[in-house]
Ligand binder design. Structure first.
Ligand code: PHE
Length: 329
């Protein structure tokens, strides 16, 4: 019996040593380890032995069985690891994958630049909600009840009381309610208007509101601040003009135009902001004494300023999110 065991052991070792392909492994398993395999046959024979003889061979058979099973498992694992690697199939001549890194949106870049200039002029930065009440967007800003800007045509109303702000001026009111003068701040943000969409106007755009309230603020300072801004932003040679205008919340009021000469087209004036001295009624609405304090305010259109700076002709390109456009800046 012991010779048989050693014989099977020897043969198994030879056979497994010869295996170089995983498919031959199955043959080996059938030959030795299956129900009718050589090792099972040995075990069957062992079972037939008289009880007295069993201890002599039991250990050797068990050892053979375990070792064979173990070698088989190891070999199987080895072939599996080989085939895993084979699937990766490295091709080192392939070009590497290009990683496309996003850029800051042109409007964010413009806003950042505007903020930096105003910070340099002593302004802090504040924000307010885009969903506003009629009170902040119109009433507190001295809009009479029948003012055309309250018309359904221009404003996205949510209900009787709430709307999407049509300008950033309501943030002036919020700021003056919270702070006592002197106040010197800009308030950037999105505004919404229910207008026909065209190359020049979109239902959504950005403004930067400005406010300065103190005891002795003058229109000359307002003018000086805005000229300083356009010169820092566009360069010293920028051609500009102030025009008298009207806003319910400023008196007197003006608009600032800058000269725009798109390539190959006729030049024209382009309005970029409205401004004026804060109307005393507005100060009274926020409990700031109009006898003691004066203020100036302005509101500028960020898209128009970016159009002019980068020579873009259609405001809608800012919102299309076409990567070919965005990546240029
Ligand atoms: N809110 C005005 C607009 O949207 C601009 C403005 C702001 C005018 C502040 C005067 C003072 O047109």
């Amino acid at each position: 019996m012991i010779e048989k065991i050693h014989l099977v052991e020897k043969e198994f070792k030879e056979d497994i040593g010869k295996i170089s392909q995983s498919k031959d492994l199955e043959e080996l398993r059938i030959k030795y380890l299956s129900r009718k395999g050589l090792i099972s046959v040995l075990i069957d024979e062992f079972k037939e032995l008289p009880a007295a003889e069993k201890p002599k061979f039991g250990k050797a058979i068990n050892q053979l069985k375990n070792e064979a099973q173990e070698s088989f498992n190891e070999k199987k694992k080895y072939f599996e690891s080989l085939s895993d690697n084979a699937e990766i199939k490295l091709d080192l001549s392939l070009p590497s994958r290009r990683r496309v890194i996003g850029t800051k949106h042109i409007l964010s870049q413009t806003l950042d630049e505007m903020k930096e200039i105003f910070k340099g002029l002593g302004f802090s930065v504040h924000e307010g909600p885009e969903l506003e009440s009629d009170y902040y967007n119109f009433e507190a800003l001295n809009f009479p009840d029948d003012h055309p800007a309250r018309d359904m045509q221009d404003t996205f109303f949510i209900n009787d009381k709430f709307l999407l702000r049509t300008h950033t001026s309501p943030v002036q009111i919020r700021l003056m309610e919270k702070q006592t003068p002197p106040i010197r701040a800009i308030m950037p943000g999105k505004v919404y208007r229910n207008e026909a969409i065209s190359a020049k106007s979109y239902c959504l755009f950005h403004q930067v509101e400005g406010l300065y309230v103190d005891e002795d603020v003058t229109f000359a300072e307002l003018r000086g601040t805005l000229i300083s801004f356009v010169q820092q932003f566009f360069g010293k040679d920028i051609k500009y003009r102030f025009r008298a205008s009207f806003f319910p919340f400023t008196e007197p009021s003006a608009e600032l135009d800058i000269w725009w000469q798109p390539k190959g087209k006729d030049g024209r004036w382009m309005e970029i902001l409205g401004c004026g001295m804060v109307d005393p009624n507005v100060l009274a609405n926020v409990n700031i004494d109009p006898e003691k304090y004066v203020g100036y305010a302005f509101g500028m259109g960020v898209e128009r300023i970016a159009l002019r700076k980068y020579g873009i002709s259609d405001i809608r390109t800012f919102f299309d999110n076409d990567k070919r456009f965005l990546i240029q800046f």
